[in-house]
Design a protein around this ligand. Sequence first.
Ligand code: HAM
Length: 425
Amino acid sequence: MSKKANTFQTPIGTRDLLPDQSPRWEAVTDVFSSVASRSGFALVDTPIFEDVGVFSRIGEGTDLVGKEMYEFLDRGDRRMALRPEGTAAICRAFVQHRPAVPWKVYYRGPYFRYEAPQAGRFRQFHQFGIESIGSDDPDIDVEVIALGWDVLKTVGLERVELLVNSMGDLNTRKRYQQSLTEFLEQHLLELDQDDRSKVESHPLRVLDSKRPATQSVVAEAPLIDEFLDKDAEEHFERVREGLNALSIPFTVEPKLVRGLDYYTHTTFEFQSQALESAQNAVCGGGRYNGLIEELGGPPTPGIGFGMGIERLLLACDSESSFPHPSSRTQVWVVDVTDGSSARDLTHLLRINGVFADRSFDGRSMRSQVRSADRSGAQIALIIGEQEIDESTISIRMLRDDQAEQLVVPRDQVVSQVRQLLGLDS
Ligand code: HAM
């Protein structure tokens, strides 16, 4: 009896990007790259895995490091991690290469978190991100937030809310955390059971719990804005002024503390009202003025954001924006002789800048024309015995019922096609 081979599926929480989705994925990537480069950011690509120590600086107590990181020993017994986010890796690269500041970079690619998969939450997901390293000027905070806003507007999202907050410096954060912990400890039994353990390990995380019992306690909790010193207040004031000047609407949300320990001063999140609230953050970021130093570099401020590509496209689906691009195939070569003309002509057209394709396996005329139609091509070039005998090509306009079929000498077909497609005008 023959043994049936095992078949495999994508691992839980991961997806294949297939041709019905990939042109839109490429288009959104182009939007991001052009918006980022227009603002003076340049592409940086770091490895997908790093020494685990690079990411432990995100915070040992955070879910991201404590529970969700994909860690492994490589064959040389080094402790490595698949990158769960981009910022720490970019800061590692900054410390390693010591570039001139401000270092304005963007990145895109896959990130890995061992989370419970659900709509908009994956174990391998993709981010667009930017980091601006080397300046504490609050106008850079505005530039970074405006860039995120620009991307969201370019893909046509309307139902997006920008929340901003200031965490002050690391001392402010420490003092606030202490006061919050004291408050939460006094109300421990009123908190939802699942949130109680966080009070000691990560009190800030209690603030964004979605559980009703916890939310009513949190409504009375001390807020970070009461702890900001004069410098932090002024920095935040200038950021808000800048957003107003650029007409970017925002809401100040003192409970927006975000999940990573490195944040100082400005934090922000763009939330889509078209998505489920648990996964509605399409973009999140903030300042991290202590991170470079923690990674062994000189004291250097920085700010950036990460934008989830899957979530961005889900929000576009919900708002019916950023449609799938139409097919790029312009010409289909239909050859009902021995296929040699299709072989030679598609090549000739392609090297002359035309998106051309064809059928294989000696299909019938009907089948080839059907494929031409499905491809979205505007033009079919038809070669039968008569065209071979006369060294001509018949040109049929597929999207114009009124247009007559043309017959052109074979050696003029490329220029004729380019002209019909408006490529030479
Ligand atoms: P983050 O908030 O952890 O921040 O992630 C940024 C964005 O990535 C989220 O707003 C969301 O759109 C997307 N995202 C996160 N986890 C998942 C997931 N499991 N599945 C799908 N999408 C996800 C950071 O990563 C920081 N490095 C951002 C930053 C840059 N801060 C400063 N610079």
